[in-house]
Design a protein around this ligand. Structure first.
Ligand SMILES: [Zn+2]
Ligand SMILES: [Zn+2]
Length: 267
């Protein structure tokens, strides 16, 4: 029994990644209205009541907007780090989540969600205690890592060994530098706690490439400072410079901004 993964939404307008193993169906983030996420799930044939957990990466609204609504509607357990929960409680970001649905993620400590195991790992981003997640089942590993300011050793180590990867490829550096964003926002995005460029995504991918890595979704693409073909082209160019054939050795996919992407399945 392996893992299937399918991005439902990806980008600054909302993020939600669906993953399943056997009878366990989970979401990593639910950053759109409950209605939009339910529509995305229903487009792939998954009713809301089947979801057994929502794993939250961090408190930015493009990752949490639907968390409270879906959790209350279907009594879905929510997982987030301690400081993320403290932020929620201080700001009321996800409304009231009952005690028995509230789970605290300790980065680096594995926990079970039905037939899946998951681990959160620290990522550098301008949030309270942001994490990426690796999911494990049947000897397979799928990792979701977006909203990363820079690739730290810990990020790189946690990406290693993945069969499926959702990796941020947020912006093209030249487009961002020459674009119309105010300088303060450009500095935030390019900073070590901002977002990952296409170049950095390609570089880390070349570093962690291994025979079992079969599917890479480039995600959280900027609408303003990136283009899907440019992101894929830049990443593939870097892979080729490192003697990796992006057509044969793995499949590079783009996570769609507004709706479900193709599915990746490793058995
Ligand atoms: Zn985000
Ligand atoms: Zn963020």
């Amino acid at each position: 029994m392996g893992i299937a993964l399918r991005p439902i939404l990806s980008g600054s307008s909302g993020n939600c990644i669906y993953a399943c193993s056997g009878g366990t169906h989970i979401l990593v983030d639910a950053g759109q209205s409950g209605k939009a996420i339910e529509a995305g799930l229903s487009a792939i044939g998954i009713p809301g009541e089947r979801i057994s957990a929502i794993l939250v990466t961090h408190e930015h609204s493009d990752h949490i907007m639907g968390v409270g609504v879906l959790s209350r509607r279907y009594r879905i357990p929510v997982y987030a780090t301690g400081n993320t929960w403290r932020f929620f409680e201080r700001h009321g970001s996800v409304g009231r989540i009952s005690k028995e649905l509230k789970n605290i993620v300790e980065p680096g400590v594995r926990f079970a969600v039905g037939e899946l195991e998951a681990v959160g790992f620290d990522i550098p981003h301008d949030a309270s205690q942001p994490v990426g997640y690796s999911l494990f089942a049947g000897g397979r590993k799928a990792t979701v890592a977006t909203d990363i300011g820079c690739v730290t050793d810990s990020v790189r180590e946690n990406l290693r060994g993945s069969d499926i990867l959702v990796l941020e490829s947020n912006h093209d550096l030249e487009m961002l530098k020459n674009g119309r964003y105010p300088q303060v926002l450009k500095d935030r995005i390019m900073g070590s706690r901002g977002h990952l460029s296409n170049e950095s995504a390609g570089t880390v991918l070349a570093q962690i490439m291994a025979p079992n890595l079969k599917y890479v979704f480039l995600g959280h693409l900027s609408e303003e400072n990136n283009m899907p073909l440019l992101a894929a082209g830049t990443v593939e160019g870097i892979l080729m410079e490192n003697n990796i054939n992006p057509q044969l050795d793995l499949k590079i996919m783009l996570a769609d901004r507004h709706g479900p992407s193709d599915a990746a399945l490793v058995e």
